[in-house]
Structure formats: C-alpha cells, structure tokens
Design a protein around this ligand. Structure first.
Ligand code: NAP
Length: 485
C-alpha cells in the first residue's frame, strides 16, 4: 500500500500538455496523517487560467459536434482507466486527504458511477415540438451545451466532487477548466493523466492549481466562460456568484450545510444509532451532508444517547487511513482541529456534558477524537455553525412541531435526516423540512441517480440525476416559418 509516485503529478494540465506556473512558484502539499510532504503544485494565477480557458474555448466546437455516443465512448474509457488503477488512486486520495482507504475507494467508485451515468444520460438530451399558434409555422425546442464550464471544488471529496461536474459537462458537450483545492490537488490532476492515456482531445479538460482568488476572478470575468460550477463554503460561493452575476454567467452552487438529525420517540433506535454513525462520522465528520445537530425526543433521549455511545465505542477507530481497521482518519488541517475543539469547549462552557471523546489524541497528525456531548442548547456554536468534524451534540425536544421548527431554524438547507415509524409522521415531517435532501430512516443517501442540491444558503442547482444536465445546457427555441399552409 505504498504511494505510487507516478500518480503524484506536480504540474498543471492545459491544452493537453503539462506545465509549471509562469512564475515558477509552487505550493507544498502534505499528508495530514503524518505532516510529511507529498510534493508541490504550481502556484498559477490569471494568465495560466486565461490560457486554459482559451484552450477550452478552442476545443468546444469539435467536442460539441461529436455525437453523444462518441462523447460517451470517451467518458467510459476515462472511467475504465480510473478503475484500472483504483487501488493506487485510493492510496493517493487517502495520503493527501486522510480519509480511510475503504472510503477513498468508495468515493472514487462513486465518481466513476457519476461519469458513467452522465455518459448515458447525454444520449437522452431530448428537445421538444410545441403546437404552433400559426398555421404556417412550426416551433422546435432544442438543447445546446452552454460552452466553457469553469469548476472550483473542495478537499473533502477531491475525486467525486469533480466527477459529478466533469461527467455532466462532457456529456452535454461542454469543455472544462477545473481548479481543485490546494490540500488535495493530486486526486484532481489524475484526471489529466487519464485524459492523456485515453486520447481525450486537447483542451476538452484543463486543470489549474494555485492562487484561488485570482483563478476565480479570471473564471468569473473571462467572457469565454459561460458557466461557473462551485462546491465549497457558502462564503466563497457568495463571492463567486456575485462576480459571475456581473457577467451574467450561469452558476451552480453546492455550498455548506448544517444538517439536523431528528430521532422521534417511535424510531427504531438501533437503526437510528447506526444511521447517526454513518451520517456523522463518515470522513471524520467532514462532509457537507454530515449530521451537525441531533434533536432527540425526550422519551427516548437517554436510551438513544446510550446506544450512540456504545455504537461509537464499537465502530469508530482513530488512526492513519492507510491502516487496517481505521474508520476515523485525521482532519484536513490544524485549523479544522481547532474549530472542532472550539465547538466542544463552547458546548461544555454552556452547560453540555461530555459523554465520550473531546480531545486531540496524543499522536502526530491532525486528529480529533469522536466526541459525544449531551445537554446541547440552541445558544451553542454547534447549533448554528457547521462543525465539520467528529462532534455529535444531542439536543432534547418534546413535540413534533418543536423538532421541525428547530430543524428549520438555520440559513442552510442542504441535507436533513429523521427517524420515525409512524407513516403519517414520516410524510408530515418530510414535507415540512426545508432541505434539498431528506433521509427518512437512512443516514447516507447520496447516489448518482438522485438529485443533489441545497435550499436557502446551501446553494443553487442540482448535481447528479437527470436534472444534473439542465445547468449545462441552453434551451433554444426555433420558429420555422413560411411553410405555406
Ligand atoms: P472553501 O474554502 O470554500 O474552498 C472550496 C474551493 O474554493 C477550494 O478549491 C478553494 O481553493 C476555493 N476558493 C477559496 N477561496 C476562493 C476565492 N476567493 N475565489 C475562488 N475560489 C476560492 O471550502 P472548503 O473549506 O474547501 O470546503 C468545505 C466547505 O465545502 C464546507 O462548507 C462544506 O459544507 C462545503 N461542501 C459542500 C458540498 C455540497 O455539495 N453542497 C460538498 C462538499 C463540501 P483553495 O483550496 O486553493 O483555497
């Protein structure tokens, strides 16, 4: 399970060629489990980004002109090339991001499923004919790729966040410039390696790394870019949306969350405890759909807390993600550890009780123990701010209405979860929750066939599913006149 150094590509990919930054500057990339250096990446800015955009613009007409089947062939070959190296790519992802190897493999496999799904969905980009109000004219509706798409993605899913954008872009006939997160660039740059390997036409896919604000500005201001697709924090999403808006570009925004996880008194508590583990502690709590606030009905509060504590003890093991049996890798960096520690301390200062965890383990690397706090209240940071780490805080409630009100009391609206058995309650609560994704008696619900998108400040647009192509397409109305009828 050693790192395959051929996959650590330390250059950017522009117009089918590998390059350094114009300035020659680089940024270091380190393994969060050990602090050891993995390599460097070019510190590019606007000029390299402009060249990547120009390459994508030049490649667009020919890529658009291919049949959907020909584009799908390229996409399936790209997926085959990824799957051929799954084990090595998983080691690379774990080494730069920290998540356990099994999760890394799962993420890459899901990324491939997104690309394969869109490869086939691209063959179903149907148009329409509309009954004409004029006897001598006909109305046709067709869909066309928007053009060059620019993407910016985060470090927590360094492969699959890219895959679901890349799949939709390539299938719809768009070309792409992408900028991955500085902490996890190599899992993105491997797409350049596989593009080379399968002979993807130069310019269809370009990858730049470096100065995020400068790259973002070029993407938002360059007239050749017709769409910005972003996954990351709400703060940066708002900046990009405002800037893209000045030039009337299409946008898709997959932003932050603050997911409630509600356990009603008629819930199957064992199922709820297992769902809580999956939802809260996957990727050490660093997912945008992570349960952040656990609302538990008074009658089952103590029993659920006990079950969750036991499940945490039985199922969670902290360590280097490359080691067997580890389920909780390091957090991405020191700042992430400090944020979790601050949320824990704030909860304890405001009357919470520490049930388990609560500290940094005594080892090198940016680790934090899986933590359970009971007696949480709405004045705590964890109630309003995404912890993005392994802290489960349990709040108590009495009535269904109260739970819904508390769950919706946030500017976010990405994912939410609840556990209940009564069918009427399931429908009432499902319909009342103001979230784009609702897990009913399920803690992990992401799949390429279903839409993924947030309400409120969690974003705009959807990724995955048949809806995931919409934002990459323009609708064109053509009126055929003079038909002489
Ligand atoms: P982030 O700070 O917003 O960074 C995300 C990306 O934006 C990175 O590539 C970053 O580049 C880039 N960036 C930062 N500042 C920028 C600027 N001024 N202009 C242009 N790009 C800029 O978020 P993060 O901390 O990496 O990721 C965690 C956040 O993402 C959480 O809030 C999480 O909920 C959210 N997320 C949402 C989803 C979803 O689907 N809704 C999925 C995953 C994560 P550098 O890395 O180079 O700084």
């Amino acid at each position: 399970m050693s790192l395959n150094s051929a996959l650590v590509k330390q250059q950017v990919y522009i117009n089918g060629a590998w390059a350094d930054a114009d300035s020659g500057q680089t940024i270091a990339v380190a393994n969060p489990a050990t602090g050891e250096s993995i390599g460097t990446i070019p510190y590019c800015g606007r000029s390299e980004t402009a060249r990547a955009i120009a390459a994508a613009e030049a490649a667009f007409p020919a890529w658009k002109a291919l049949t959907a089947e020909a584009r799908a062939d390229f996409m399936h070959k790209l997926c085959d090339a990824v799957m051929d190296q799954l084990d090595d790519l998983a080691v690379l992802l774990t080494t730069e991001m920290g998540k356990p190897l099994a999760e890394a493999k799962g993420e890459i496999t899901l990324g491939v499923k997104y690309i394969r799904f869109f490869a086939e969905e691209g063959k179903r980009i149907y148009g329409d004919t509309i009954p004409s109000p004029w006897a001598d004219r006909r109305i046709l509706v067709t869909k066309e790729p928007v053009g060059v798409v620019a993407s910016i993605t985060p470090w927590n899913f360094p492969n699959s966040m890219i895959a679901r954008k890349l799949g939709a872009a390539l299938a719809s006939g768009c070309t792409m410039v992408m900028k991955p997160a500085e902490f996890t660039p190599y899992s993105a740059l491997i797409y350049g390696l596989v593009a080379d390997k399968i002979g993807l036409p130069a310019g269809v896919l370009n990858i730049v790394t470096g100065d995020a604000p400068a790259i973002g500005e070029e993407m938002c201001e360059n007239p050749a870019v017709r769409k910005i697709t972003f996954t990351g924090s709400t703060r940066v999403g708002k900046l990009l949306a405002a800037n893209a808006g000045k030039n009337m570009k299409k946008i898709s925004m997959e932003l932050g969350g603050n997911a409630p996880f509600i356990v009603f008194d008629d819930a199957d508590l064992d199922r709820a405890a297992n769902g809580a583990i999956a939802s809260k502690f996957r990727n050490s709590g660093q997912t945008c759909v992570c349960a952040n606030r656990f609302y538990v009905q008074a009658g089952v509060y103590d029993a659920f807390a006990e079950k969750l504590k036991s499940a945490m003890a039985e199922q969670l093991t902290v360590g280097n993600g490359l080691e067997d049996g580890v389920t909780q890798g390091p957090l991405i960096n020191e700042a992430a550890v400090e944020k979790v520690a601050a949320h824990v301390q704030d909860a304890l200062d405001k009357g919470g009780t520490l049930v388990t965890g609560g500290h940094r383990p005594d080892r090198t690397g940016t680790y934090f123990e899986p933590t359970l706090v009971t007696g949480a209240s709405q004045d705590m940071k964890v109630a309003h701010d995404e912890t993005f780490g392994p802290l489960a805080a349990l709040f108590k409630f009495d009535t269904e209405d109260e739970a819904i009100k508390l769950a919706n009391d946030t500017e976010y609206g990405l994912a939410c979860y609840f556990y209940a058995q009564d069918l009427g309650r399931c429908f009432r609560v499902m319909e009342a929750l103001q979230y784009g994704l609702v897990g009913v008696n399920e803690g992990v619900i992401t799949t390429e066939v279903a839409p993924f998108g947030g309400f409120k400040e969690s974003g705009i647009g959807n990724e995955g599913s048949k809806y995931g192509l919409d934002d990459y397409l323009n609708i064109k109305y053509s009126c055929l006149g003079g038909l002489g009828m």
